[in-house]
Design a protein around this ligand. Structure first.
Ligand SMILES: C[S@@+](CC[C@H](N)C(=O)[O-])C[C@H]1O[C@@H](n2cnc3c(N)ncnc32)[C@H](O)[C@@H]1O
Length: 205
């Protein structure tokens, strides 16, 4: 992992945070209720916005990112515990969470479908799955530009895949997509998903 990336992350995000991201994050995170799982919490940029959660378990595999969340952790309005873990193998029991929050993280997770399967496993049936992600753009010229930039982009941005079609992956994973809102010419999407039934419930029907 690039050692400099965690150091510059918050500063690099400032212009986007100041324009629209702050509001998007606040609106998304305020929807998180009950027992909440946050995927790839990074520098804890979402932590100040949790108001309605009972308890948040945040996973983050890079200690250089999570150590930068100490101040936000101290000031949080709800209890938050950070676990050093990747999303592809979550250290939680089946049907644990009421809400899952994932912002700007599915671009970087090496095995996104595995992570989406894990999210469904640890979420209760009917749990709200809240994503804010940059995605592959629809116009061919723009998606081809993303393909062209990606080899350099992933080197600079700690493995981030600029051209990943995260919405398609979410749909393929079996998560029911209930709502989509787009920002910045559909480069960024807010995606609200609902966790389906457990295997046992499906079997019982
Ligand atoms: C671009 S940062 C986003 C941080 C934060 N979620 C935000 O909204 O600003 C991507 C984060 O994903 C984390 N990450 C990388 N691989 C991961 C994995 N396999 N599972 C979960 N998180 C991962 C990185 O360490 C980093 O903190």
């Amino acid at each position: 992992m690039g050692t400099w990336f965690p150091k510059i992350y918050d500063a690099a995000m400032k212009p986007l945070e100041a324009s629209q991201f702050k509001k998007i994050r606040r609106d998304l995170v305020e929807k998180a209720e009950g027992r909440v799982l946050e995927i790839g919490s990074g520098t804890g940029i979402n932590f100040p916005y949790y108001k309605n959660a009972l308890q948040v378990d945040a996973i983050e595999p890079n200690p250089s990112m999570s150590k930068r969340s100490d101040e936000r952790l101290r000031c949080a309005q709800v209890p938050i515990q950070i676990h050093e873990s990747g999303a592809e193998s979550l250290p939680f029991a089946d049907d644990t969470f009421d809400t899952v929050v994932a912002t700007l993280v599915f671009c970087t997770i090496p095995e996104p479908l595995k992570a989406l399967a894990e999210i469904q496993r640890v979420s209760k049936p009917g749990a709200r799955l809240l994503f804010f992600e940059h995605v592959r753009m629809e116009p061919i010229l723009l998606s081809k530009t993303q393909d062209f930039l990606n080899p350099l982009w992933e080197k600079i941005c700690d493995g981030c895949q600029l051209n990943r079609d995260t919405l398609d992956l979410i749909k393929k994973s079996g998560i029911e997509v209930a709502k989509i809102e787009s920002y910045y010419a559909k480069l960024f999407l807010y995606i609200e998903g609902i966790n389906g039934m457990t295997e046992r419930e499906k079997y019982d029907e």
